[in-house]
Design a protein around this ligand. Structure first.
Ligand code: NAI
Length: 462
């Protein structure tokens, strides 16, 4: 007889492993299926964690090479790429092993192999069958390419290949000015590559606040990244010397030719549903190939649920984690809740870019009356002391109630600063709440307080 579980989670990324741990914490007999050798999914193995290791290391390299002298430290750094990559691999290993430990601690059964749903309540893992009252699809997403362009992970790479280049390319073309393109483009620029970002739209970072997008592009350009916006790549061919590309204006027009040692394809990701047997069991996909779910994360088949990148919403690890927790709690008979207006987004370049809630453009489109307060890091004492004065904090609040509706930041450590606003928004707080909260001096957080004060036209330091 096949082993029976209360919950079988397919996929051990941030959505799946967190869901499995929470299910187990709540007393549900839980298994998590993973086909990769190590746990943690894209995020821990080939995404967030290794990219942050390389971003952090390359940032230090750049600081030492270009900014130390200004503050009185004379040194000439020499890059040892092999060691930098080895450190990144160590970080990944420690993190993935950490999930193994957490599975053991919480008594989550780790089923190694590819999971396939053979019927409602039945999962096969590499041919072996298991029964489950609840099946949770948490298989994440995969890179997409452009028509006719093949990612070989050597010369034309996805984020996976870009995290493991054996040497610094002289030139790199990044297709897509989104999060991956800017983070990994930044890593290789800092290490010495000439980086050009080609973006289809008129501005980089689609979906973010217009002012932040403009400021980000200005700063990254000053750092040495070239941008070709409003341009689409029509072909890319890898040869022995590098990659030849053709592009044309997004609106149509004369073709242009470019070449580079390495091309990074970063035009988005698609839900990963291959080999899961969804069609056979009747799990419906939406028009964009995502698993369709209701507000309880249940698919079109009773007892089969889905969370994370494979369903609608931003493809972010923390969104997947929160969905995993909420679903586990609902399966255990409790209630759960996610406010999708309160999910932060962060781009881990330097300066960082962070946002939560509505942008000014969205508020205008939706006809919502709002007030805006902005504070530049140039006027923040701590930012000056750090030598990091680029960027600003902007807070948007409802004109009638003062409730915070969004925050958009570019500047030092804004990936951490955004969290204050996220918490205030979760509690439906106001700009006045932030403005009247004591913020330690001298900290970068004072820029958030001042932006909240600026919503009411009473900032102190500008
Ligand atoms: P993205 O959706 O952020 O950006 C893709 C960019 O490619 C867009 O700006 C788009 O306009 C552009 N594009 C599309 N077709 C093009 C073409 N033919 N020529 C030129 N440009 C074109 O996708 P990205 O950066 O690949 O990231 C994938 C997912 O991973 C995103 O959902 C992202 O949020 C997530 N991610 C999040 C990170 C974070 O939170 N720090 C880090 C890395 C990835």
């Amino acid at each position: 007889m096949s082993e029976k579980f209360d919950c079988v989670v397919i996929g051990a990324g941030p959505g799946g492993y967190v869901c499995a741990i929470r299910c187990a914490q709540l007393g549900l007999k839980t298994a998590c299926v993973e086909k990769r050798e190590t746990l943690g999914g894209t995020c821990l193995n080939i995404g967030c964690i290794p990219s942050k290791a390389l971003l952090s290391s390359s940032e230090k390299f750049e600081e030492a090479g270009h900014h130390f002298e200004h503050i009185g430290i004379e040194t000439k750094p020499k890059l040892n790429l092999k060691k930098m990559m080895a450190f990144k691999d160590e970080v990944v290993e420690a993190n993935t092993k950490g999930i193994e430990f957490l599975f053991k601690k919480n008594k989550v059964t780790h089923l190694k192999g590819a999971g396939r749903i053979i019927a409602a309540g039945k999962v096969a893992v590499d041919g072996k069958e298991y029964e489950a009252d609840n099946i949770i699809i948490a298989t994440g997403s995969d890179v997409i390419s452009l028509p006719g362009i093949e990612i070989d992970e050597k010369k034309i790479v996805s984020s996976t290949g870009a995290l493991a280049l054996p040497e610094v390319p002289k030139s790199m073309i990044v297709i897509g000015g989104g999060v991956i393109g800017l983070e990994l483009g930044t890593v290789w620029r800092r290490l010495g590559a000439q980086v050009t970002v080609i973006e289809y739209l008129d501005q980089i970072l689609p979906g973010m606040d217009g002012e932040v997008r403009k400021e980000a592009q200005k700063i990254f350009k000053k750092q040495g990244i070239d941008f070709k916006t409003g341009a689409k790549v029509t072909s890319a061919k890898a040869g022995s010397k590098g990659v030849d590309l053709t592009l044309e204006p997004a609106a149509g027009g004369a073709e242009e030719k470019l070449s580079a040692d390495i091309v990074l394809m970063a035009v988005g990701r698609k839900p990963y549903v291959q080999g899961l047997g969804l069609e056979a069991v009747g799990v419906k996909l939406d028009e964009r190939g995502r698993v369709e779910v209701d507000e309880f994360f249940e698919t079109s088949v009773e007892g089969i649920y889905a969370i994370g990148d494979v369903i609608k919403g931003p493809m972010l690890a923390h969104k997947a984690e929160d969905e995993g927790v909420v679903l586990a709690e609902m399966l255990a008979g409790q209630s759960g809740h996610i406010d999708y207006d309160c999910i932060p987004g962060v781009v881990y370049t330097w300066p960082e870019v962070a946002n939560v809630g509505k942008t000014e453009e969205q508020l205008k489109d939706e006809g919502i009356a709002y007030t805006s307060g902005k504070f530049p890091f140039m006027a923040n004492g701590r930012a000056r002391a750090m030598g990091c004065t680029e960027g600003f904090v902007k807070i948007l609040a409802c004109a009638k109630t003062d409730r915070v509706l969004g925050a958009h930041m570019i500047g030092p450590n804004v990936g951490d600063l955004i969290q204050e606003v996220v918490s205030v928004m979760e509690f439906q707080g106001t700009a006045e709440d932030i403005a009247r909260t004591c913020h330690a001096h001298p900290t970068l957080t004072e820029a958030v307080k001042e932006a909240a004060l600026a919503v009411h036209k009473r900032p102190i330091h500008i």
